[in-house]
Ligand binder design. Structure first.
Ligand code: URA
Length: 245
């Protein structure tokens, strides 16, 4: 295990920002192997050293879970020789953690994306057996009607597969983009699968084209509206659990 800075480890465990944990160290709130730490850059072996914060032993997890507000124009992939990927947007401190996106959003889709190095988490989240709800907001070229809503509930039939029942509704006024787009073209879709281009294909089969698509929720985890496009932050343990509830 490589040695890492104490403040970096504490920040990676959501104890606080690098600045905040630096202050905690200076105030004597952190011990390493029973001795109060004095320097934020003290080198730590997270597998052997025992770190305590205000007397509570820290169980250092090697897993990282980040919430990203994916912007348009970047690939949901770990690396690509030509195109920019979501991993390229991750700040330096998490770059070498072996992160990958748990599930994919199309290059032009925005919104909630989870980046992690926990393969089991991603596997569980994407497993069809878990049936986890994903909620999207979309802008369409034509308004939806009651036949579309019924077709989504009954399971949209496409050439190669039949979608599971999905919920489609017109976005409430307060969530609509205020502007010239009629509200009947601004919709919310809730699906429990994640097939390639699924939402776009479901609408295409109803004769409508998705012009904008954004994921706003996975399970009961909503996108943090304070994250600007391209920003990431560590998820709390409650948020990690919320994906499955
Ligand atoms: N469905 C799509 O069509 N695209 C996405 O990016 C996600 C869901």
């Amino acid at each position: 295990m490589a040695l890492e800075r104490l403040d970096k480890i504490l920040a990676s465990q959501n104890i606080g920002s690098r600045k905040q944990v630096g202050t905690m160290i200076r105030k004597g709130m952190v011990t390493v192997n029973g001795t109060p730490a004095v320097r934020a850059d003290q080198k730590i072996d997270a597998e052997k050293d025992v770190i305590s914060v205000q007397g509570h032993r820290l169980e250092v997890s090697r897993y990282v879970y980040l919430m990203m507000n994916k912007p348009k124009g970047v690939l949901s992939a770990s690396r690509d020789t030509r195109a920019k990927t979501v991993i390229d947007l991750v700040p330096e401190e998490w770059q070498r953690k072996g992160l990958f996106p748990a599930g994919r959003l199309d290059k032009d889709t925005t919104g909630l994306l989870i980046l992690t190095n926990d393969g089991d988490f991603a596997h569980k989240m994407l497993s069809p057996k878990k049936n986890i709800e994903k909620i999207y907001h979309a802008i369409l070229d034509f308004p939806v009607d009651s036949d579309d809503i019924t077709a989504f509930v009954e399971g949209v039939k496409m050439k190669d597969f039949e979608a599971l029942p999905a919920k489609l509704c017109i976005l409430p006024k307060e969530l609509c983009d205020s502007g010239i787009i009629p509200s009947e073209r601004q919709v919310q879709v809730c699906i429990r699968e994640g097939k390639y281009h699924q939402v776009k294909r479901m609408f295409l089969s109803r004769g409508k084209t998705v012009q904008e698509l954004s994921r706003v929720q996975i399970g009961s985890l909503g996108l943090d509206s304070s994250l600007a496009p391209g920003q990431v932050r560590l998820m709390t343990s409650e948020e990690i659990l919320a994906v499955f509830t």
